[in-house]
Design a protein around this ligand. Structure first.
Ligand code: KG4
Ligand code: ZN
Length: 349
C-alpha cells in the first residue's frame, strides 16, 4: 500500500510518500520521500508557535511540497491519502485537512484522518529492526504537547497508564529555555548548553518521582528554576550577557544541565518502574523530546540493565514529520479505525 501523508498539526509542514506492507504481524515500511519544512525561524522571534503564522505558512508550503513530491513519484501510484486531524493547533490542522480533501478529490483516492500521537508511537517502525521480544512493552511518548506512558500488549492493544498532570516535558524544556534566555524551541538549546554544564550543579526537585503511580508533573520544576534564577540574581549577579538578561553565561550551562537531569530522572524513573512492574520485554521512546541524546542513552542503559529491548525512531523521525503519519495510518487503517475527518485539537491516543 502506497500512502501519501500530510502533517500540519504545529509548526512543521510535512508531506511524505511511504510504501507499507506486511500487515499488523510484520509491518514494514519504505520511505520514498519525506519532506519537512520547518517554520521555526518564523516563530522564534515570538518565543513560541503563533497559530496564525503557522496557518499562513502551511497554506503557502503545502502546494510547494506536493509539487516537489510529484517530481519523485507518480501521484497515480498512491493508494491512500492521510492527514493528521489531531491533536494539535486547530487552525493549523485545518490547512492540512482542506488541502488533503482537495487532493483526494482530484486524485480520486480515499482519505484517512490520522492521529498525530499514534504517528509518534509507531515511528520506530520506520527503521528495519529486530522484531522479537517486543511485547509486553512500555512506551513513553514525550513531545511539546504530551507526555504519556502506555502499557502495550501488542501494536494495537494498549492502555494509557500515566501522563503529566500539567506541562508536557517538551513544554517544560521550552519554558526553561525562555527563562535562561535561550531561543525557541528550547529542547535542543537546553541540550546544547547542558553538554557544557554540570548536571549536579543544582539539585532541582524530581516531582512525583517517589509516588507509586506513573503520572508526572513538570510545572513545579520550571518554577524552581525561576526561583533559583531570581534568588541568584538578587544575591550577586550583576553582569548579564544572555539575551534575556537573567543568567550569567557560566551558570546557564550548569542550570541547563541540572534542569535536563531532573526531567530525564522523572521520565526514566516512571517509565522503568512501569516496565519492571508490568514485566515488559521492551521499552519504546517517541516524540520530539526523544531527540535528546542524554535521554536516549539513559533509556538504552535502563533497558540494557533489565535485559529489555529498546526501540526509538532514528533521529530524523523524532520531531514532527509526515513519514510517521503514514506508519500510524497503516496500522490504524488495518485495525479498522475510521474517523469522521475534522480538526480535533484534543484528540486522545
Ligand atoms: O513532537 P514534536 O516535534 O512536536 C509536538 O508534537 O509537540 O516535539 C517538539 C518538542 C519541543 O518542545 C522541543 O523543545 C522538544 O520537542 N525537543 C527536544 C529536543 N528536540 C526537540 N527536547 C529535548 N531535547 C531535544 N534535543
Ligand atoms: Zn509531534
Amino acid at each position: 500500500m502506497r500512502i501519501l501523508s500530510i502533517e500540519t498539526s504545529c509548526d512543521e509542514t510535512a508531506m511524505a510518500v511511504v510504501d507499507a506492507k506486511g500487515g499488523l504481524k510484520v509491518p514494514s515500511f519504505s520511505v520514498i520521500e519525506s519532506l519537512v519544512f520547518s517554520q521555526i525561524p518564523m516563530h522564534r522571534e515570538f518565543g513560541g508557535v503563533v497559530p496564525n503564522i503557522a496557518k499562513r505558512e502551511h497554506e503557502k508550503m503545502l502546494p510547494v511540497l506536493f509539487e516537489e513530491l510529484s517530481k519523485k513519484i507518480d501521484p497515480e501510484s498512491v493508494d491512500l491519502i492521510s492527514v493528521t486531524m489531531g491533536p494539535g493547533l486547530e487552525p493549523a490542522l485545518w490547512t492540512g485537512i482542506e488541502f488533503a480533501r482537495g487532493l483526494a478529490k482530484k486524485m480520486d483516492r480515499p482519505l484517512f484522518g490520522a492521529n498525530h500521537l499514534k504517528g509518534h508511537l509507531y515511528s520506530f517502525l520506520l527503521d528495519p529492526i529486530a522484531r522479537g521480544r517486543m511485547f509486553p512493552s512500555i512506551a513513553l511518548i514525550v513531545s511539546g504537547g504530551h507526555t504519556v506512558i502506555l502499557s502495550m500488549k501488542s501494536l494495537t492493544e494498549f492502555k494509557k497508564i500515566g501522563e503529566t498532570r500539567d506541562d508536557a516535558a517538551g513544554e517544560a524544556f521550552d519554558k526553561a529555555a525562555r527563562l535562561l534566555g535561550l531561543p525557541y524551541p528550547g529542547g535542543p538549546e537546553i541540550e546544547k548548553a547542558a553538554k557544557k554544564g554540570n548536571p549536579k550543579a543544582v539539585l532541582f526537585p524530581r516531582p512525583m518521582l517517589d509516588q507509586k503511580n506513573y503520572d508526572m508533573s513538570f510545572a513545579g520544576l520550571k518554577t524552581s528554576l525561576l526561583y533559583y534564577i531570581k534568588g541568584a540574581h538578587k544575591a550577586d549577579w550583576k553582569e548579564f550577557n544572555k539575551p534575556s538578561g537573567s543568567v550569567r553565561p557560566d551558570d546557564y550551562e550548569n542550570l541547563a544541565a541540572s534542569f535536563q537531569a531532573a526531567i530525564i530522572d522523572c521520565l526514566i524513573g516512571k517509565t522503568m518502574r512501569a516496565a519492571d512492574n508490568l514485566k515488559a520485554r521492551s521499552v519504546i521512546l517517541a516524540g520530539g523530546v526523544a531527540a535528546n541524546s542524554s535521554l536516549r542513552s539513559a533509556f538504552a542503559e535502563g533497558a540494557m540493565k533489565r535485559s529489555m529491548s529498546f526501540f526509538a525512531p532514528s533521529m530524523k523521525y523524532n520531531t514532527d514529520n509526515a513519514a510517521m503519519i503514514a506508519v500510524g495510518t497503516y496500522i490504524e487503517h488495518l485495525s479498522g479505525i475510521k474517523r469522521r475527518i475534522s480538526a480535533k485539537g484534543d484528540l486522545g491516543i
